[in-house]
Design a protein around this ligand. Structure first.
Ligand SMILES: Nc1ncnc2c1ncn2[C@@H]1O[C@H](COP(=O)(O)OP(=O)(O)OP(=O)(O)O)[C@@H](O)[C@H]1O
Ligand SMILES: [Mg+2]
Length: 317
């Protein structure tokens, strides 16, 4: 693959051969973005407030895109060391909106969830929303841009020296991010390696894209509202009408761990998710094998719990 020759390439998901298109009605939304940005020309600017300061950003190169929005680099007009990521989300009549304390009208769920998550103390493994702007036809989210970075999927695809040590560092950070989400009552709903950024070279992890997120409820979440990537879907979401956030998170962590160490996903279809046994490579340590199997136990009641995840011997090795 051409892009893999660079030390830390920024590939589009499609270039890596796998698309984690989110299921459901979020697909194929038209996104209104400045055409000039597609040509990587700094001609459009955007004013926003960061803290108490008014900031002007130049919209730069396209960093990535998904079914929901396009994300551009933004550079502070007076200080080009200050970079942000700007996500343009086209408005849609079916947008989920939630009430947020301190706001007179409901805001889109992605913003509402990011606002909950940025209440101090912050988790360094979750992307920070600096600000958002509501326009006539779109929302613009001004977010932290951990530069240089790529998605974890791009990193895995292009890396030829992945090992359990690196996997350990990455998964430990993902667990911190997930625990912070649970603490704030947020179910991400679309954890996959395309929604995780890693910095170069320190591999600091940031969970992004809360467009499928829901507030956690003790009665459980509705499977019919699940919009996550199909091959990361926990079996209980496919089988039952309701599911719970914690075991669904553990399933997603298991799939991500498997992908980090194998370079491909444990299940190729939702049918396989319901029926197949995981085939992990024999060169992995027995602790790692066991952790993958424990996270991918089909019955959520028997699955390793989020609470006890880090007590597993693989985290101590
Ligand atoms: N804060 C950020 N910093 C750098 N790059 C980012 C940032 N946020 C998003 N990106 C890039 O933009 C891509 C699309 O962003 P995101 O996943 O939020 O969009 P989406 O349309 O909601 O995606 P999906 O198709 O998963 O629903 C990411 O995969 C990543 O490459
Ligand atoms: Mg995404």
């Amino acid at each position: 693959m051409e892009g893999c020759k660079a030390p830390f390439p920024l590939l589009r998901p499609q270039q890596c051969g796998v698309s984690y298109t989110t299921a459901g009605p979020r697909r194929f939304r038209p996104v209104e973005v400045p055409k000039c940005s597609l040509m990587y020309v700094h001609v459009l600017s955007l004013v926003c407030f960061l803290g108490s300061r008014v900031c002007l950003f130049l919209v730069g190169e396209l960093l990535g895109y998904g079914s929901f929005g396009k994300v551009y680099e933004g550079t502070h007009i007076f200080d080009d060391r200050i970079k942000v990521a700007m996500k343009y989300i086209h408005k849609h009549k079916n947008d989920r909106c939630l009430h947020v304390a301190g706001h007179s009208k409901p805001v889109i769920a992605e913003v509402a969830m990011l606002l909950r998550l940025r209440e101090p103390p912050l988790c360094p493994n979750i992307i920070k929303l600096h600000h958002w702007i509501e326009k006539k036809r779109s929302f613009v989210l001004i977010m932290e841009y951990p530069k240089p970075c790529s998605t974890l999927h791009q990193y895995i695809t292009c890396s030829d020296d992945m090992n359990e040590g690196k996997a350990h560092w990455l998964i430990s950070q993902l667990v911190q991010a997930v625990k912070h989400c649970v603490d704030r009552g947020v179910f991400h709903g679309d954890i996959h390696t395309g929604n995780i950024l890693v910095t170069n070279p320190s591999l600091e992890l940031k969970l992004i894209d809360f467009g499928c997120a829901y507030p956690i409820s003790s009665e459980g979440l509705l499977s019919s509202e699940y919009r996550g990537a199909p091959l990361f879907t926990p079996p209980e979401v496919i089988r039952h009408s309701k599911y719970h956030a914690d075991p669904a998170y553990v399933w997603a962590i298991g799939v991500v761990l498997f992908e980090i160490l194998h370079g491909f996903l444990p299940f190729g279809s939702q049918d396989e998710i319901l029926r197949d046994y995981v085939k992990a490579k024999p060169t992995l340590s027995s602790a790692c094998h066991d952790l993958i199997f424990q996270c991918l136990i089909r019955n959520p009641a028997n699955r390793l719990t989020l609470e006890h995840l880090e007590e597993h011997r693989w985290f101590k090795s």
